[in-house]
Design a protein around this ligand. Structure first.
Ligand code: PGA
Length: 239
């Protein structure tokens, strides 16, 4: 398992359903990983094998894994298969998977267990909708998601949490710095053990706001969607 304590910050590129072989070749020619930080590129699974091999500060991650480990489950990829392909990280419970693929906390928890048992670090995503935020439900929603989707075996060495307010994803909107800091600090205090967890912020991170966000005391890096598809911009985020 990658030793998270070696890095001051962790930056994860979530390409979602984007990219092709040409794009990857050009991307890796231009990508400038920073040796103080951990950079993780989560491309669509079919391309994971052709990404540049992992090194001390650049890794490949998946965007999803099967709930199952083996058997008659057409179209699925197991944690063991990801491990066989040198995958070190995997996003789990992204709001798009929760919304479009009916992923619930229980599934997120089981997927995370499968990953940890295969020495892959799950990046477990949580976050509130705009409606929930407006009803002042953010803390309740996060407590419920975190309590039910993070397994007992998770600890600060084998699991990362990503706070992604759903209303901030792909919208160009972000919470205020003060709000991000408050939410991250709240998450770290839901259980004593979360105090040491790395917590990433995600949702409309770009080169122009990443430094301020990442400099917050309780922010340990960023999960970047749209802006990670532009390699020059992503280079500025991870620099
Ligand atoms: P965004 O996406 O950076 O495009 O808002 C973030 C995410 O979905 O992880």
């Amino acid at each position: 398992m990658v030793k998270l304590s070696n890095f001051s910050s962790i930056f994860v590129a979530n390409w979602k359903l984007n990219g092709n072989i040409e794009f990857i070749k050009e991307y890796y020619q231009k990508l400038l990983p920073n040796s103080e930080n951990c950079t993780v590129i989560c491309a669509p699974d079919i391309y994971l094998n052709i990404l540049e091999p992992n090194n001390k500060f650049l890794y490949s991650g998946s965007q999803n894994v099967s709930f199952y480990n083996l058997g008659a489950y057409t179209g699925e990829l197991s944690a063991m298969m990801l491990k066989d392909n040198e995958i070190k990280f995997c996003i789990v419970g992204h709001s798009e998977r929760r919304e479009f693929f009916n992923e619930n906390n229980n599934m997120v928890k089981q997927k995370s267990i499968n990953l940890i048992e295969n020495n892959i670090i799950p990046i477990i995503c949580v976050g509130e909708t705009l409606d929930e935020k407006n009803k002042n439900m953010t803390q309740d929603v996060l407590t419920e998601q975190i309590t039910n989707s993070i397994p007992e075996i998770s600890n600060y060495k084998n699991t990362i949490i990503a706070y992604e307010p759903i209303w901030a994803i792909g919208s160009g909107l972000t919470p205020t710095l003060d709000d991000i800091e408050k939410v991250h600090s709240f998450i770290k205090n839901i259980k004593i053990k979360f105090n040491q967890f790395k917590i990433l912020y995600g949702g409309s991170v770009k080169a122009s706001n990443s430094r301020d966000i990442n400099n917050l005391q309780n922010v340990d890096g960023c999960l970047v969607g749209g802006a990670s598809l532009k390699v020059d911009e992503f280079n500025r985020i991870i620099s």
